[in-house]
Design a protein around this ligand. Structure first.
Ligand code: NAX
Length: 331
């Protein structure tokens, strides 16, 4: 039998955490044969609720779950983890300035970076979910210099999956037959959902989405805004933000990173920019990536038209501003 992998979930008493931990314990993230030990971190006001989640994990009697650590101690939470899913953060509350929210998150991600650096397993893979996800990941990278930059990523897979879902609904095809959409940039409303290279599997072979959806105005307009604004639409409908879809996307992100993307398929991940596609180096920016042997690489050489270029630059610009704001919050 394989040794269990220790997986950290921060903010585990929150709504995404509640949806995510059972998925991990069922093998959705690391595969149906991989035993796991869950490390769940939250803050002291949520300690009792966190303990309730632990009780439910015990009650669910998951065969793959070999242990549960539920703690408010960051060092204990990070000890020996090979995968860290950072869901905990400080949410923006009504009337709060962006700078105040950033200051809170910078301080959280700075200290959690140090704890991961000191206590996590070597080669720990980190996924930041908490918003501002790209910039929180960048801060984590800055303050965990011994963790390789390629191990620190942020979640844009939910946006990617939303794009696939919209295409599938529009064309009346199965979502599993749609692939190779791209989310460029920030996990925010400036993200650019790009379908120029996306395809649909049909009985007659793979066809470009651009050929199947004849309505360019929809693809260049409503499709993009629907994906960009989907988070807000979920809040409006549910009075709560996306949770099950976010948890599922986090599993997809780690599974593909660890186990590899299928041949001919790419996915979107927020990764440390090396300057590919003229995106400024040193930002955590969402790119199309393929994964093999536990490492991602950016898909190279895709043609970028003028429409796309403008949108890719606008979201890069926003990330540069966020980066400056984050640095100005460092005390
Ligand atoms: P909740 O408020 O339900 O849960 C957050 C949890 O984090 C709470 O239990 C809180 O006590 C805990 N927490 C706060 N500070 C912490 C700290 N310093 N250490 C450990 N835990 C801490 O929010 P939820 O709906 O679960 O969303 C979590 C985060 O995901 C938010 O930042 C949200 O904006 C972000 N999202 C990101 C998405 C993405 O695609 N990247 C999509 C979904 C979601 O909106």
């Amino acid at each position: 039998a394989q040794d269990p992998v220790r997986v950290l979930v921060t903010g585990a008493a929150g709504q995404i955490g509640y949806a995510l931990v059972p998925m991990i314990a069922r093998g959705v993230m690391l595969g149906p044969d991989q035993p796991v030990i869950l490390h769940m971190l939250d803050i002291p006001p949520a300690a009792e609720s966190l303990n309730g989640v632990k009780m439910e994990l015990v009650d669910a009697a998951f065969p793959l779950l070999k242990g549960v650590v539920a703690t408010t101690d960051v060092a204990e939470a990070c000890a020996g983890v090979s995968v860290a899913v950072m869901v905990g953060g400080f949410p923006r509350k009504e009337g709060m300035e962006r700078k105040d929210v950033m200051t809170k998150n910078v301080s959280i991600y700075k200290s959690q970076a140090s704890a991961l650096e000191l206590h996590a397993a070597p080669n720990c893979k980190v996924l930041v979910v908490a918003n501002p996800a790209n910039t929180n990941a960048l801060i984590l990278k800055e303050f965990a210099p011994s963790i390789p930059a390629k191990n620190i990523t942020c979640l844009t897979r939910l946006d990617h999956n939303r794009a696939l879902g919209q295409i599938s609904e529009r064309l009346g095809v199965q979502v599993c037959d749609v692939k190779n959409a791209i989310i460029w940039g920030n996990h925010s409303s400036t993200q650019y959902p790009d379908v120029n290279h996306a395809t649909v599997k049909t009985p007659a072979g793979e066809k470009p989405v651009r050929g199947l959806v004849s309505d360019d105005a929809w693809l260049n307009g409503e499709f993009i805004t629907t994906v960009q604004q989907r988070g807000a639409a979920i809040i409006k409908a549910r009075k709560l933000s996306s949770a099950l879809s976010a948890a599922s996307a986090a599993c997809d992100h780690i599974r593909d990173w660890v186990l590899g993307t299928p041949e001919g398929t790419w996915v979107s991940m927020g990764v440390y920019s090396d300057g590919s596609y003229n995106v400024p180096a040193g930002l955590i920016y969402s790119f199309p990536v393929t994964c093999k042997h536990g490492e991602w690489s950016i898909v190279q050489g895709l043609p970028i038209d003028e429409f796309s270029r403008k949108k890719m630059d606008a979201t890069a610009e926003e990330l540069s501003e966020e980066k400056d704001l984050a640095y100005s919050c460092l005390s």
